[in-house]
Write a protein that binds this ligand. Structure first.
Ligand code: GLA
Length: 391
């Protein structure tokens, strides 16, 4: 749907819910797909995500009193409460993210009025495309604009990340919220998760005759239900082992391949493999970013394939469905690279494809997936990437 049509519909549904749509602030924040660099963010490494043309939209208007009214139009659910009295919510539900974000701002003393808010999103839920990050960023940005808070964007990103930690029980890294808030339309973002320095890398796919195809395995698992926390803990153990010989080591970012090999004997095989993945993946991200800069799409694709192998065999966060989709795609003529993306254990693969091979890819993957699992995957061809903005 075109943006102008979405805006028209959202204003209409805001008006019918709350009476009129004057003085409404309307913003959107996109979901993301990570092109390469997974399980590196919480190890102070590098990531290279891009935003989607799917987003969470928030329409909001001030009230005179201190009542907060939240309405999720795609669920047709409403929550109402007094600003100073956040209600109990089910962890991971839409209202847990929204009330969590509101609470974080209130605790910082930023909110002195109630408001009525409508949220709507078209980022697929539970697909690993960061619908929750988009929701947090969208809500915080809408309140930022509405109340003239002038929030520092990186502070806003951290606030959104802490919503995941505190209200959804997910100790995620910073990638999803960061790219949703600060990613730029038409670009991928090379982000250093240690310094938080970032660079926008132009993604000139169409012009160069390429496309990004996201394939949803429809295996849906929230991070809280996966081994995400266990993997984080294994990385911490690898850091502790490296610190034995090198007291200055603070994260895997400080560990070189030589240091890791030298300490291999004092860590379990699993811990060694996790660390090995992170070190190699950081290197792949930097090489992939260079490849993007000089139009080296073939090289980029090979790095994606290597990343998938590493996530499957070393970090062990893939699953049979994702492996089937990646392997089947890699065998298709015109596919440059295919890998699982995001936290893993379900969700999506991302595929770099020659534009003239998109139909062949979707046809063959549908067949392969159906043969193996008796159902079809869902496809999203990335037409453009949005950025967080006022509409
Ligand atoms: C999830 C988390 C991110 C990141 C990825 C894996 O998406 O939210 O912070 O750790 O998994 O790269």
């Amino acid at each position: 749907m075109r943006t102008s049509e979405i805006v028209r519909r959202l204003r209409a549904s805001f008006a019918s819910r709350f009476g009129g749509a004057d003085e409404v602030v309307l913003v959107r924040a996109p979901g993301r797909v990570n092109l390469i660099g997974d399980h590196t963010d919480y190890n102070e490494g590098f990531v290279l995500p891009t935003t989607l043309d799917r987003a969470v939209y928030t329409a909001v208007r001030t009230r005179r009193d201190r009542t907060v009214v939240l309405y999720a139009s795609h669920f047709d659910e409403e929550v109402q409460y007094a600003l100073d009295d956040r209600p109990a919510t089910r962890s991971g539900s839409w209202e847990s993210y929204v009330t969590g974000a509101v609470e974080e701002l209130r605790r910082e003393g930023r909110l002195d009025h109630g408001f009525e808010m409508l949220v709507y999103g078209d980022v697929p839920l539970g697909a690993g495309l960061s619908s929750s990050a988009a929701l947090e960023v969208s809500v915080v940005y809408a309140l930022d604009v509405l109340f003239d808070l002038d929030l520092d964007p990186v502070h806003a990103v951290r606030l959104c990340q802490s919503v995941e930690h505190r209200y959804a029980g997910v100790e995620c890294g910073i990638m999803d919220q960061f790219v949703s808030r600060l990613g730029r339309s038409g670009s991928a973002m090379l982000l250093d998760c240690r310094s938080l320095a970032y660079r926008h890398e132009p993604l000139e796919l169409r012009r160069s005759g390429h496309a990004l195809v996201i394939v949803d395995s429809l295996v849906s698992r929230g991070l809280a239900e996966t081994k995400y926390g266990e993997r984080r803990a294994e990385c911490v153990r690898a850091v502790a082992a490296a610190r034995n010989a090198h007291p200055g080591v603070e994260s895997l970012r400080d560990v070189t391949p030589q240091m890791l090999e030298a300490q291999r004997g004092i860590m379990s095989e699993a811990v060694y493999k996790r660390a090995r993945h992170v070190l190699d993946e950081n290197d792949r991200v930097l090489r992939a970013a260079e490849a993007l800069l000089d139009g080296g799409y073939e090289r980029f694709g090979r790095l994606m394939n290597a990343s998938h192998r590493s996530l499957r065999d070393l970090f062990e966060v893939s699953c049979a469905e994702l492996d089937t989709l990646a392997a089947a795609a890699q065998a298709v003529e015109g596919v440059l690279g295919a890998r699982m993306t995001g936290g893993g254990f379900g969700g999506c693969t991302v595929n770099l494809v020659r534009a003239d091979s998109v139909v062949r890819l979707t046809t063959l993957l549908t067949e392969a997936y159906d043969n193996e699992y008796g159902r079809k995957p869902a496809f999203y061809v990335l037409d453009q990437s949005y950025e967080t903005e006022v509409l």
